[in-house]
Design a protein around this ligand. Structure first.
Ligand code: OAD
Length: 234
């Protein structure tokens, strides 16, 4: 029995046509992170921030899950033990591929949040600074996205899964943003085996026990097939 915790990043959705952040042509080469992904930026110019996330929501709705998302959904349903998916991605491609109980530690594009009363509701395709909270009527509505300087969601639950796992796998993440970038070291310190699946060695590559490099649509289905084959033999 092997309990697996998987952390995904923008690299798993790259071949679905959604841009990554730090690669050549990545989103942070075109947009100023401080202006569009911080609470201070939102306070200064909410319309700019809404326009940024509205564009990403539109891209996300027209994108399709790829074979890497599908392979992870298959692993979740066919593996004999728990497979927990924690994602830094705000897209819903894991869910649309069939994964369940995905932990969105950086929030989700399809959610709207009231900064006044914490009410959450499904985001319309286009959010605007004129939107009112359907629960309290307040105007402080925002995308349900965790910005820089804010605490990612479900951290206690994630650390519990991490330390109780047998295997931790990071897929398509550059290892630049904490706390997610620290999960491999955390897992290793708890005696959990660690594996990196990424296009190239990440900033934290040295922390992993094993790594495989290549596009997610090639290396993730291959790794999942191996795990399920090994399970059949056991
Ligand atoms: P990054 O853009 O930092 O890193 C993407 C990683 O995916 C890189 O290491 C690439 O080499 C790899 N990659 C690119 N294409 C790939 C492919 N086809 N197959 C496999 N790997 C591929 O994205 P994240 O690490 O997810 O946070 O970024 C973490 C956080 O930083 C994001 O959640 C976001 C961002 O700022 C917030 O906005 C709060």
């Amino acid at each position: 029995m092997t309990r697996i915790v998987i952390l995904t990043g923008a690299g798993i959705s790259a071949e679905s046509g959604l841009g990554t952040f730090r690669d050549q042509d990545g989103l942070w080469t075109k947009y100023d992170l401080d202006e569009v992904a911080t609470p201070e930026g939102f306070a200064r110019n909410p319309d700019l921030v809404h326009a940024f996330y509205n564009a990403r929501r539109t891209n996300c709705r027209s994108a399709q899950p790829n074979t890497a998302h599908e392979a992870l959904a298959k692993l979740q349903s066919a593996h004999s033990d728990d497979v927990t998916i924690v994602t830094q991605n705000v897209d819903d491609l894991h869910e649309r591929a069939g994964s369940t109980d995905v932990i969105h530690m950086h929030g989700n594009l399809n959610g709207a949040l009231c900064a006044g009363c914490d009410h959450r509701w499904p985001a319309p395709l286009e959010m605007s600074s004129a939107d009112l909270c359907p629960a309290c009527g307040n105007g402080s509505t925002r995308p349900d996205i965790v910005w820089f300087g804010e605490m990612p969601y479900a951290m206690d639950e994630i650390y519990q899964h991490l330390t109780e796992a047998d295997l931790f796998v990071a897929i398509g993440t550059s290892g630049n943003v904490y706390p997610a970038a620290g999960f491999a070291a955390e897992a290793r310190a708890a005696g959990v085996e660690t594996l990196e699946l990424n296009l190239e060695p990440s900033a934290t590559a040295g922390v992993f026990d094993k790594s495989r490099h290549g596009p997610a649509t090639a290396i993730v289905p291959q790794w999942v097939a191996e795990v399920l084959r090994a399970q059949k033999k056991a």
